[in-house]
Design a protein around this ligand. Structure first.
Ligand code: CA
Length: 244
């Protein structure tokens, strides 16, 4: 999951980036509103969440929120600000922020709110289920076919991204931008290395391989036991449905 951090205080910005990275999130940083809007325009689909300060030099956080809502309606925005008056909170939530947290804040509370913001809507959405895999984002514990598996933060981040996109072919570039950073060297083999780590941990004896390689593109989570891939979304081997 890739978080865009919009924060003008360099100490808070670096604290947020370090803390989120340690938890396995990819981060991009914007020190003011104009750079935030520029990054969102260039890389909008790469981001999964925006952490937005309101008191920013240049384009104010309120205007940034308005523009983000208009231009990237599916991108959740969590406001993180020193403005703790009720009117600001009501304004922010009414303007489309998914949550509002005031400074000073406890990092564990921020992490919990980030998890909520990233949670897919719907009942029982707190736990991610893909085939015989169960992922609990709150504890980061993974079970496969009843067996508990411990993952390092970046392994967790990669598996979580696969689990949110089961059966979908995910390119190396897509995985690099959502699980690592956009700035990461695109020639890197880090995706293949981490897929290797995950396979070793997930593929107990007798269980089918979960992460399938798609030659020249990337990987996809095969999620055995999950409902079949919808027709037409399974690559070139299947043509479109025959016409009348
Ligand atoms: Ca500020």
């Amino acid at each position: 999951m890739h978080v865009l951090i919009v924060e003008d205080d360099p100490r808070i910005r670096s604290f947020l980036a370090k803390g989120l990275k340690a938890e396995g999130y990819a981060t991009s940083l914007a020190p003011d509103g104009d750079q935030a809007l520029g990054l969102a325009a260039a890389f909008g689909p790469e981001y999964d969440l925006v952490l937005l300060d309101l008191g920013l030099p240049g384009t104010d956080g309120r205007e940034v929120l308005r523009r983000l809502r208009a231009e990237h309606p599916a991108l959740p925005v969590l406001i993180l600000t020193a403005r703790d008056d009720v009117a600001s909170k009501v304004w922010g939530l009414d303007a489309g922020a998914c949550d509002y947290l005031t400074k000073p804040f406890a990092f564990d509370e921020l992490l919990a709110r980030v998890r909520v913001a990233l949670r897919a809507p719907g009942p029982g959405a707190a736990e991610l289920v893909a085939g015989d895999l169960r992922l609990d984002p709150a504890t980061r514990i993974v079970h496969r076919a009843g067996r508990r598996i411990e993952l390092a933060p970046r392994e967790w981040a990669l598996l979580e991204y696969f689990a949110r996109h089961p059966h979908q072919v995910l390119s190396r570039a897509q995985l690099l931008s959502h699980v690592w950073d956009i700035e990461f060297d695109p020639g890197s083999n880090v995706v293949d290395v981490y897929v290797g780590y995950l396979r070793r941990k997930l593929n107990a004896e007798g269980l089918p391989v979960l992460l399938g390689a798609v030659r020249g593109v990337g990987y996809r989570l095969l999620a055995p036991g999950a409902p079949a891939t919808p027709a037409g979304s399974d690559g070139p081997a299947h043509g479109p449905s025959p016409g009348p």
